[in-house]
Design a protein around this ligand. Structure first.
Ligand SMILES: Cc1cc2nc3c(=O)[nH]c(=O)nc-3n(C[C@H](O)[C@H](O)[C@H](O)COP(=O)(O)O)c2cc1C
Length: 391
């Protein structure tokens, strides 16, 4: 999704500079062209050579540089970029931007920058919480700059609190909506996610290892690209942005009812949830006592097949995508499922992906089977959305 995009990375003098070197590498790996501007303070932490070696581009550091000003001066640098990322952003640069100070290459360039701007501050927690920093941040937000707040943790200075640069994947993810037009505007997407939980008695349950992470990322990206998104979320599904309509459910039956209601006349339904195939035939409200029972038979009845039901209902979504988590014969089972469930595509993957932060698999339709690149679930979700858009 970053292929051919031009990212200007503004690096300022915080201890997290070393992590931003890895960010530059990630952006390059995803196909972006990256140019860096470093402040003098940033060069005290990591030399420009590191960024030059990683990006294959000259790193710009000085405002008064005759050659640079002739070839790629501060104004051309700003115009060249599709997006500007400031990471790590010091409390100093936040203050300078908020007050229009232009006393070095980065701040002068920011004065002429009309591109979308993402700022990832990182600093000591007291610095972040100080009234002046918060006032500057509020002003920059008002100016339409996207601020990715620092996250809590142990800081380089030994103190604890919100001051750390977020996970680099989070920074890359935050960039994407700034680079893409709202191409899903006007579409309604319904996504289900997470495990279901079936009660056996008042305290015991049957569930599975699904985390809901991939479904939550799908919801997040579909919403970021303009879709009206409803996420039907099983227990433990990660938080989703405020713009995503979220319906929490527990059991397989609740999942079916909520999906059926939300998916009527929608454009896309993606079934990532691991819905229990069975539920207990009887589930008493009180706790079943152990007493002297040494073994017991428990009767289970099958749960409805949610995705097949949605694919066959009247006013079905235009596109229905199912997931198939298998431990063997992934593509063979996926092709069989494609026909049996009357869905438009299957994402076949290995059961071992459950609960992990990365995923891999295959996109299987009637006409094609293609491998999806192994990636962090956030990027894996973006690959799936692209495939759905291409259908
Ligand atoms: C060891 C060390 C670590 C620092 N880490 C940070 C930091 O994480 N965040 C921050 O805002 N300032 C940090 N500073 C202070 C900045 O380097 C200082 O404010 C500098 O003027 C920033 O310049 P710049 O914004 O032009 O890069 C640190 C300073 C030192 C000496």
């Amino acid at each position: 999704m970053l292929k051919g995009k031009k990212v200007l990375l503004g690096v300022t003098g915080g201890i997290a500079v070393y992590r931003v070197a890895e960010l530059a590498r990630m952006l390059i790996k995803q196909g972006a062209k990256v140019r860096c501007v470093m402040t003098n303070a940033a060069c005290q932490f990591v030399t420009p050579l590191t960024f030059e070696a990683l990006t294959g581009e000259k790193v710009h550091t000085a405002l008064f540089n005759l050659t640079d000003e002739r070839e790629m001066g501060h104004i051309q640098l700003a115009r060249w970029a599709d997006v500007v990322v400031l990471a790590p952003a010091t409390s100093n640069i936040l203050a300078k931007l908020a007050h229009g100070i232009a006393d070095d290459l980065l701040t002068t360039m920011m004065q002429v920058c009309e591109q979308p701007i993402l700022i990832a501050p990182a600093m000591n927690v007291s610095m972040w919480q100080s009234a002046s920093t918060q006032k500057n941040v509020a002003y920059l937000k008002q100016k339409n700059m996207q601020i990715l707040p620092p996250v809590p943790g142990i800081l380089a200075c030994g103190e604890q609190g919100a001051g750390r640069l977020p996970d680099l994947n989070v920074i890359v993810d935050a960039l994407l909506p700034l680079l893409h037009s709202p191409c899903l505007q006007g579409q309604r997407w319904v996504i289900n996610a997470g495990p279901t939980v079936e009660s056996w008695d008042a305290v015991r349950t049957l569930s599975n290892r699904a985390s809901g992470t991939l479904g939550a990322y799908l919801a997040r990206w579909a919403e970021a690209w303009g879709a009206d998104v409803c996420l039907i979320a099983g227990v433990g599904t990660p938080e989703t942005p405020a713009g995503v309509q979220r319906v929490n459910v527990e059991t397989g039956l609740e999942m079916l009812v909520a999906c059926e209601k939300a998916a009527q006349d929608s454009d896309v339904f993606i079934a990532t949830a691991a819905v229990s195939d069975f539920r207990f035939a009887v589930s008493p409200k009180e706790k079943i006592k152990r007493q002297n029972i040494s073994s017991m038979m428990v009767e289970m009845v099958s749960n409805p097949d949610v995705v097949a039901h949605i694919a066959m209902m009247p006013h079905r979504p235009k596109t229905v995508v199912a997931f198939a988590a298998e431990s063997q014969n992934h593509i063979g089972y996926a092709k069989d499922k494609l026909q049996r469930k009357a869905v438009d595509a299957i994402v076949a993957n290995d059961v071992s992906n459950m609960g992990l932060s990365r995923s891999s698999g295959w996109w299987v339709t009637a006409d094609q089977t293609v491998a999806l690149k192994a990636a962090h679930k956030s990027q894996f979700a973006q690959q799936i959305i692209q495939k759905v858009m291409a259908l």
